[in-house]
Design a protein around this ligand. Structure first.
Ligand code: ADP
Ligand code: ZN
Length: 764
């Protein structure tokens, strides 16, 4: 595994194995010509089993005890069905990389040639090659075969899969056979460890200190109420979803911890999900300090093998509390008593590669299967979760006040349209900061307080444009403009990672007139240093914390007040609770608002509310200044008033009118390939088949498209999409599944990728 299209297959077990095998163990089985890792699910009790001679045998058993508890087998099957992916693919996303072994073919240079590097064959031939040496045949190789040989010779050993990637146009089996015949290379089968792709922020260094005191605080009446409601369900062993909507600093964590303790007292286990570990450092530390020693942390900076070690400890029952990022929803725990999903609105819960599952939603399914309460928490709940509360499917628990009656920060909105060219000494500085924000920054600094500046745009300028001919420099592989980074004066594509030196002249008209547009975090840093030359500033975005250890060090200095101003992208909106922060500036609230996405207003409201919540966590009250060109927009106004309910009412009305989730469900089917025409045609054929199904049913979904995706090209692949929207979830999925099966039946072209995204989040 994972093999696309692999489902549940039947095998025979030899006498020796059948006594060992228990459901949930890994086995090695043949599939076609390959050997792969699978999970043993159950003994076949089919009434008419396939003829025994047709069933292949299990080749090996990898475990002594199950690594996949029964609960998880059920969740796996549910998830594969719901997310419209093959069970094999789903399993690949569930198991940590270290667990999967896969057979691959290695192509190796034959021993006698191994020592030679680039030396010309003619020379070696004379010295030590026997007269029958294959080198004499080298001249008979065709051009592509020679290239292939040169590549293998240089690498000494290389997998067939890698060669296939490198020589997509070559008929590899034929070419390789020639090299084998000439005794240049040999092929060998071997089981390799499957390496799963690392997820986001892979380099974030983790240093979870044992901090935090053990003392129990006195709960506020709201906290008390929430704890009582949750523990009652927990003690009864029932399933129920709770949504804690608590303003920032209302003490949600305390509720999680106390209910978790109640679960542990009942000898049941706790699963704790967070959007990412590095920025939720404090929460992890608190969980460690309060919930004992039998804790496992699962995060994206671990290697597959490390995660696999943790996985087995959990499966053996040595762990009571698992805290982890989205893939931890698959932690092999039995006997769950509580599941917590912190910051449940966070898009990081949605997997955007492979099977596109949502860990928050799977947590709820898992809670139902385990019959335990599931607690979702957020200051800015997703509208999906909130709408479930309105129809009483979930229980809403509100924490409307900050602990110890600390006030919420005051929020001022600066209308950037009204901004006069105020008589700033420095035009560059006033381009970034309004007069109000400038003054506030200076005052706060002089009072010795800390400030946060938020702008959701990395780099120095989001594009370079020629002031003479208007050309905007864009990526060669993607239909997006390149971002200018000051470091090394480079242009970067944020989609494919392409980078190049920024040119001095326009590549089109050759005038030296390139200028930057769209302020990014690097430019904010520069402007701030012009305003306050002595300020101690740090920049927190994916570029600045790429190196191992940088992030945790930065957070440490930030907490120790060795940094006066922290500038950053949405990373600054998360987690860290620093009492010295009294000012938050939002440089341009419109960045997310203008995205072509029906969730743009929701994302804007969430980011603004979360970042505003960083201010005034200590004794001193906080102040927030939001700069925007859309000061009337309800997402900005509601965020300024800390009014989630009003925002939700307005936004839900809009969603209802336009038939968007949560009132409907969506599936986005994306077609990707190098050949634009073929991609378009595939999308059109898909729609033609789809409409056949849809018109047959009046509750059938609406089909939007086919249309080019908002970003039409990424990494040289053309992208088209078909969006389906329907009121009847089961029917919607059924329609897509049927068409999907028809297409698989036809055989898919390897040139074309079809990605089915159920409940899509990112539609760009
Ligand atoms: P939230 O997650 O809701 O933003 P936190 O859980 O981080 O808020 O709590 C904010 C701060 O208040 C933390 O430092 C926490 O230790 C403290 N706290 C929580 N509950 C109480 C309480 N009942 N009394 C005093 N302090 C509390
Ligand atoms: Zn690109």
């Amino acid at each position: 595994m994972p093999i696309t299209g692999t489902g549940i297959l039947s095998y025979r077990a030899q006498e020796g194995f059948s006594s060992l095998l228990q459901p949930g163990m890994r086995v090695i089985v043949p599939v076609g010509k390959r050997k792969i890792t699978g999970i043993f699910i159950r003994w076949n009790d089919a009434v008419h089993p396939p003829a025994p001679e047709k069933i292949k045998e299990i080749l090996g058993v990898l475990d002594e005890a199950p690594v996949f508890p029964q609960d998880l087998i059920q969740l796996w099957q549910w998830a594969a069905k719901y997310y419209l992916v093959a069970p094999g693919e789903m399993l690949g996303a569930m198991l940590p990389g270290g667990a999967l072994r896969e057979e691959e073919v290695l192509v190796k240079v034959k021993k006698k040639h191994a020592g030679e590097k680039q030396s010309p064959p003619a020379q070696t031939e004379k010295v030590n090659a026997p007269p029958t040496s294959s080198f004499s045949c080298l001249s008979t190789l065709t051009g592509p075969e020679q290239k292939l040989w040169a590549c293998i010779r240089e690498k000494k050993r290389v997998s067939l899969r890698a060669l296939r990637r490198q020589f997509p146009t070559l008929v590899l089996p034929d070419a390789l056979q020639r090299l084998v015949d000439l005794q240049l290379v040999e092929m060998q089968k071997h089981m390799r460890k499957h390496r799963a792709p690392r997820e986001g922020l892979a380099n974030a260094y983790l240093n979870v200190a044992e901090e935090g005191e053990n003392a129990r605080v006195r709960l506020s009446s709201y906290q008390q109420n929430a704890c009582e409601k949750i523990t009652a369900v927990l003690r009864a062993g029932d399933f129920r979803v709770f949504l804690i909507n608590g303003v920032t600093g209302s003490g949600k964590t305390e509720v999680y911890l106390q209910t978790a303790q109640a679960a542990l007292e009942k000898r049941r286990r706790v699963l704790f999900l967070v959007p990412e570990i590095a920025l939720t450092h404090q929460l992890v530390a608190q969980v460690r300090a309060r919930l004992g020693q039998r804790i496992a942390v699962l995060h994206s900076a671990q290697t597959g093998a490390e995660r696999w070690d943790e996985w087995r400890r959990i499966a053996r029952g040595e762990i009571d509390v698992v805290i982890g990022v989205r893939s931890a929803v698959f932690a092999p725990m039995a006997n769950l008593g509580l599941i917590v999903v912190d910051e449940e609105h966070d898009p990081a819960y949605k997997q955007e590669e492979g099977p596109r599952y949502n860990a928050r939603d799977l947590a709820i399914v898992r809670g139902q299967m385990a019959s335990c309460p599931v607690v979702l928490g957020s200051a800015t709940p997703s509208l999906e979760s909130f709408a479930h509360c309105q129809i009483q499917r979930y229980t809403l628990l509100e924490l409307p006040e900050r602990v110890e009656a600390r006030p919420l920060p005051t929020v001022e909105i600066v209308d950037l349209r009204q901004r006069q060219r105020d008589n700033a000494e420095d035009r560059e500085t006033s381009r970034v900061f309004s007069a109000l924000l400038r003054q506030a920054l200076v005052d706060n600094y002089q009072m010795g307080k800390q400030s946060v500046l938020f702008l959701n745009r990395r780099g120095y300028a989001s594009y370079l444009q020629c002031r003479s001919c208007g050309e905007v420099l864009s990526c060669v592989q993607c239909s997006v403009s390149l971002t200018f980074h000051l470091q090394g004066r480079e242009l970067h594509c944020h989609y494919c990672g392409f980078s190049r030196q920024a040119p001095d002249c326009c590549p089109l008209c050759h005038e030296p007139e390139l200028g930057g547009g769209g302020v990014g975090t690097e430019q904010v840093e520069e402007a701030l240093l012009r305003l306050l030359p002595k300020v101690r500033v740090a920049r927190l975005d994916r570029d600045s914390v790429r190196k191992k250890g940088v992030l945790s060090k930065m957070m440490e200095s930030w907490r120790a007040h060795e940094i006066d101003v922290l500038i950053g992208t949405q990373m600054v909106t998360k987690g860290h609770d620093v009492p010295g922060v009294t000012l938050v500036g939002v440089l341009l609230a419109d960045v997310t608002l203008n995205l072509p996405d029906f969730r743009a207003a929701e994302r804007t409201f969430q980011l603004l509310t979360q970042v505003a919540g960083r201010a005034g966590r200590g004794e001193e009250p906080g102040r927030v200044i939001i700069q925007t060109y859309a000061p009337q927009h309800y997402s900005i106004r509601c965020a300024a008033q800390h009014d989630f309910r009003r925002f939700a009412t307005l936004e839900l009305r809009y969603r209802r009118n336009l038939g968007y989730p949560p009132y409907t469900r969506m599936v986005n089917v994306r077609f990707e390939g190098k050949n634009g025409e073929r991609v378009q045609k595939a999308a059109e054929q898909f729609v033609a088949r789809l409409t056949n199904r849809v018109v047959q049913n009046e509750r059938g979904p609406t089909v939007l498209g086919p249309a080019p995706a908002p970003i039409e090209r990424i990494k040289g692949r053309e992208r088209w999409q078909v969006v389906l929207k329907g009121y009847d979830r089961a029917l919607l999925h059924e329609v897509v599944r049927t068409v999907q099966e028809e297409l698989i039946g036809q055989g898919r072209s390897p040139q074309l990728r079809i990605i089915v995204d159920v409940d899509p989040y990112n539609m760009l």
